[in-house]
Design a protein around this ligand. Structure first.
Ligand SMILES: C[S@@+](CC[C@H](N)C(=O)[O-])C[C@H]1O[C@@H](n2cnc3c(N)ncnc32)[C@H](O)[C@@H]1O
Length: 193
């Protein structure tokens, strides 16, 4: 959603900027054999059939170890049955209006010792209606804040008006050992500070 105008694109199709994805992935130590899920992967190819720089394509996990859902490609995540499948790493930027449902389902799909990462606004944390939700799911261990602020509403000048962070649940901490606990920064590659 545009945090400025409140207008919402159909299916909340706001791809994560490549620089934000690369900045996160540069700090993650995947393990050999890790399995991966992107529960709303967006467009993995562009209009010319070329791969897009999306989370699903940039994660360094290959072949059958990668799984995905995407409503516009006929796989609606919340209704999908996964059976016994569990994933070592799940990373996504979910549709904001379904974030709570996505997070709960992703937590259930995480393998023991797994790492779960959601891109979210910082103000996902404080609303009164989500107190019970946060008590239930638990706060993330790490929250690197995106610098610069990403721009999801391309019709506006400048970046979005609110802060975003990668919300990271990684209790064992080994895949994200290079990210500080609590608040930190995730600075886009090539961005001069
Ligand atoms: C904010 S975009 C992010 C896309 C991608 N995860 C990324 O980081 O670039 C949200 C995506 O969720 C998809 N989506 C919306 N509702 C969904 C659902 N119920 N199940 C699966 N995908 C859904 C949209 O089509 C869109 O591609």
């Amino acid at each position: 959603m545009s945090s400025t105008s409140g207008d919402v694109i159909e299916n909340e199709n706001y791809p994560t900027p490549e620089a934000a994805v690369r900045s996160l992935l540069s700090m993650i130590d995947f393990k050999p054999g890790d399995t991966f899920l992107e529960p709303c992967c967006g467009d993995t190819v562009d209009a010319d059939g070329n791969p897009t720089p999306c989370i699903y394509n940039l994660v360094p996990v290959t072949g059958y170890k990668k799984d995905w859902a995407e409503i516009r490609a006929g796989r609606e995540f919340l209704g999908m049955a996964f059976g016994d499948k569990r994933y070592d790493v799940i990373i996504t930027n979910p549709p904001f209006s379904l974030s709570e449902e996505f997070l709960k389902k992703c937590q259930n799909l995480l393998a023991p010792g797994g790492t779960l990462i959601f891109l979210q606004r910082i103000n996902w944390l404080g609303s009164k209606k989500r107190i019970a939700f946060w008590n239930d799911v638990g706060f993330p261990d790490k929250t690197p804040i995106l610098v610069p602020r990403p721009k999801f509403d391309k019709s506006k000048k400048g970046t979005d008006s609110c802060e975003y962070a990668w919300y990271i649940w990684d209790p064992e901490g080994d895949r994200t050992r290079r990210i500080k606990s609590g608040l930190s920064h995730s600075i886009a590659e090539g961005y001069k500070v």
